[in-house]
Ligand binder design. Structure first.
Ligand code: DAH
Length: 339
């Protein structure tokens, strides 16, 4: 019986190791360890042994059974691993196959400069608003303290669609639309396209971009305007950049200023870019005119505010030393430089 058991164990071990899959392995297990399996049959035969040999023989059989069970379990686990690995390999999708290469583009210089300007103001808590490019005379002029007979209307050569409908000539329209919707405290910027009947040259185009800014709250002063614009200039043109205010005139602000920054190319010593002055004009600004506030239902005795409007194309041209025509032509060779 001992011999039979040894042979059974060694045959079974060989079969286990050559089993090709889990089905085959489980068939072998049933054949050897199952209810009518070979080892079970041997166990049954124990009763035919002389009683003094039975305990020893029984012990061997149990050890053999436990050893075989362990081998079956190990083989099951390794077959499962192999099958999973084979399945993963067969189901793998090679997404790199034969893909034609694509050129990755980049943001247009106007978009990336606009995004940087927006990021700066948003980081100070400004909201970003949008307003229509096709406007009425009211939002473009009247509400901005520029009545029909006002001389400032001649300065901006506006594209009229009808007597009262026009392509906005300034994003200052966004101030009015914002103040109509929300009440102070207000901190907003409004970027967008504007239109004027200008001929195209290095610094002009009939369509260009502006970013309007507006802050209205109690006790807002010109110092707040100066503080924010100084920070803005330093963020954009470097820490050494200074600003200066020159008195100016806009119907919707009183007092009004034009703001210059020290030239970012020569840092103030004078060069070709700043025409030898050391300064570059960056925007128009001022304290919001009382008429504009009250026209929007905001009490000018309680609230004050400042506004500013900058040319995005101008700032882009200053930073990248480009020309308005190059920026709008969209020649891919030009745009590629900004990658
Ligand atoms: N709207 C003016 C323009 O197009 C720019 C401007 C100047 C906007 C002064 C303002 C401001 O808000 O306060 O030339």
């Amino acid at each position: 019986m001992e011999e039979q058991l040894n042979k059974l164990v060694s045959d079974c071990t060989a079969q286990i190791s050559s089993a090709a899959n889990r089905k085959e392995l489980s068939d072998i297990k049933v054949r050897v360890l199952g209810k009518s399996g070979e080892l079970t049959a041997l166990l049954r035969n124990l009763k035919d042994l002389p009683s003094e040999e039975r305990p020893e023989a029984g012990k061997h059989m149990n050890i053999a059974r436990a050893a075989l069970e362990e081998k079956f379990a190990e083989k099951f686990a390794s077959l499962r691993e192999e099958e999973v690995a084979a399945r993963l390999a067969s189901e793998k999708i090679d997404i790199t196959i034969d893909k034609p290469k694509r050129d990755i583009g980049c943001l247009h210089p106007l978009s990336s400069v606009r995004n940087r300007i927006i990021d700066f103001f948003v980081s100070l808590g400004f909201i970003v608003t949008d307003s229509p490019e096709i406007e009425t005379d009211y939002y473009n002029f009247e509400a901005l303290n520029t009545p029909a007979d006002h001389p400032a209307r001649d300065v901006q050569d506006t594209f009229y669609i009808t007597d009262h409908i026009l392509l906005r000539s300034q994003t200052s329209t966004g101030q009015i639309r914002t103040m109509e919707k929300i009440k102070p405290p207000i901190k907003m910027i409004s970027p967008g396209r504007v239109y004027r009947s200008d001929d195209i040259d290095a610094t002009h185009s009939p369509m260009f971009h502006q970013i309007e800014g507006l802050v209205v709250d109690k006790n807002i002063t010109m110092c707040d305007l100066k503080g924010i614009l100084d920070m803005f200039a330093q963020y954009f043109f470097g820490e050494q950049c200074k600003t200066r205010f020159r008195p100016s005139y806009f119907p919707f602000t009183e007092p009004s200023v034009e703001v210059d920054a020290t030239c970012n190319h020569c840092h103030g010593s004078g060069c070709r870019v700043c025409k030898g002055t050391g300064w570059i004009e960056i925007l128009g600004a001022g304290m919001v005119n009382r008429n504009v506030l009250s026209g929007c239902g905001i009490d000018p005795d309680e609230y004050t505010g400042f506004a500013f409007g900058m040319g995005l194309d101008r700032i882009t041209n200053i930073i990248h030393k480009t020309d308005m025509r190059a920026v709008f032509e969209n020649d891919i060779r030009f745009l590629k430089q900004f990658k």
